[in-house]
Design a protein around this ligand. Structure first.
Ligand SMILES: [Ca+2]
Ligand SMILES: [Ca+2]
Ligand SMILES: [Ca+2]
Length: 415
């Protein structure tokens, strides 16, 4: 055997190996299959969500986690966000626990005198500068005395006023929500009155990407502004129930705080609604009625078992990025679209259309109750249905709005 034949014989297995593996790799690439999106949905009344279920939670305070008896000083309010941003009472003016201050649940009493003669507050030094990005989003359960004079600011809920830049979220004169940002670059006031002698849910939202600053009182829009101001990082020292001014016109909060949550980002509208729903349900606060639709992408799969990410939109608006995403929707017609994407950035979409209807028979205006407004709608539709297929007041489905429908409505009356 000459030398060339010898070399060829030695190289032959390598050639076969390379050919074989090249083919194998080639056929593996062909076998890699794209994901399959599968959409489903259902109404649910069961929504178990807390502020910690959303990302970028920086501080979460819940008075029920405080270790103090009724009337005792609150020296530490433990942070539930997982970031160990506990608040401490740094002065001789600690707030105190009210064991049943918020519709039977605990709250923390800050200033109790209408003339602001007993300021109380708590401090936290965050481990890093507070960087709200496009946000922040702030939620608070407050109880504010109705008797506070119109001309008196109710007080600062959260702020770092003496720093620069600074911002605070506040309830101002006439019980109006206030948004103060970047040394007054944005200084906005709502019009609703938070002085209700009962727990109210106040939330403040900045969404720089969408050019929005908003506040909500019990889930109802209050401040609605389109100039978000400059996106900034702030300092590390923050105060709850006061601002940081050491002299001049102090603005300690008059009232109680039962719960507080701060996010370092802008929330989606649906995310805001989920947290509002959670807090309002917990404290027995009435917010605008919405039904919970569970968008279910759990039937989606990748044939090769690649892990998937999920993105749900409803009528084109992003509502969440979980396999199971709850959406809070008013009555109407909707199309939900799911996009699933695998690690190789291959994706698939599915859509499902559905109609959100009142959860209670006889609730013709979709506010979650059966009452006078619904009776008015029924009476104004009295008689044969013009279009029996679209005749909501015909509760019996016989093509006529009459005594039988009235009977159904009255039997479901909630007032
Ligand atoms: Ca695949
Ligand atoms: Ca109704
Ligand atoms: Ca009927």
């Amino acid at each position: 055997m000459n030398r060339d034949a010898n070399v060829l014989r030695r190289l032959m297995p390598l050639w076969i190996l390379a050919t074989c593996c090249g083919l194998a790799l080639h056929s593996t690439a062909h076998a890699d299959q794209t994901p399959v999106a599968v959409c489903d949905w259902a109404f649910t009344d069961d929504l178990d969500i807390t502020p910690a279920d959303l990302s970028s939670l920086l501080v979460w305070l819940d008075a029920s986690t405080i270790e103090a008896a009724d009337g005792e000083d609150v020296n530490v309010w433990p942070d539930q966000s997982g970031n160990e941003n506990d608040l401490t009472a740094a002065s001789a003016q600690p707030p105190f626990l009210k064991a049943t201050g918020a519709n039977g649940l605990p709250s923390v009493g800050f200033g109790q005198e209408l003339d602001r003669s007993d300021p109380r507050f708590m401090d936290v030094v965050l481990p890093e500068p507070h960087q709200p990005g496009d946000g922040p989003a702030v939620f608070a359960i407050l109880t504010i005395p109705e008797a506070i004079p119109n001309t008196m600011r109710v007080g600062v809920v959260w702020g770092n006023y003496q720093s620069s830049p600074n911002y605070n979220v506040e309830v101002h004169t006439n019980g109006r929500t206030r948004w103060y940002w970047n040394n007054g670059q944005r200084n906005l006031f709502g019009s609703a009155d938070a002085r209700q002698d009962a727990p109210v849910l106040v939330s403040w939202h900045r969404n720089a990407a969408q050019s929005r600053i908003e506040t909500y009182l019990n889930g109802t829009p209050d401040i609605q502004n389109t100039n978000p101001g400059t996106t900034l990082a702030f300092g590390q020292s923050w105060r709850l129930g006061f601002d940081f001014r050491t002299g001049g016109f102090f603005v300690p909060l008059i009232g109680d705080i039962a719960e507080f949550a701060l996010y370092d980002r802008a929330l989606l509208d649906n995310e805001r609604l989920l947290i509002e729903h959670s807090l309002a349900t917990k404290y027995g606060i009435e917010t605008p009625y919405r039904r919970i639709v569970m968008l279910d992408g759990s039937g989606s799969f990748d044939p090769d078992g690649d892990s998937l990410s999920y993105e749900w939109t409803v009528n084109g608006e992003l509502v969440g990025t979980d396999e199971m995403t709850p959406a809070l929707l008013t009555c109407g017609e909707f199309e939900a679209t799911l996009t699933v994407t695998n690690e190789a950035a291959q994706s698939d979409q599915c859509s499902v259309s559905f109609e959100v209807t009142p959860g209670v028979t006889g609730d013709l205006n979709c506010d979650g109750k059966v009452g006078g407004a619904d009776l008015g709608i029924l009476l104004s539709a009295w008689g044969p249905c013009a279009d029996p297929d679209n005749c909501p007041a015909d509760l019996t489905g016989d093509g006529v709005v009459g005594g039988a429908d009235l009977g159904v409505l009255l039997s479901n009356w909630t007032g």
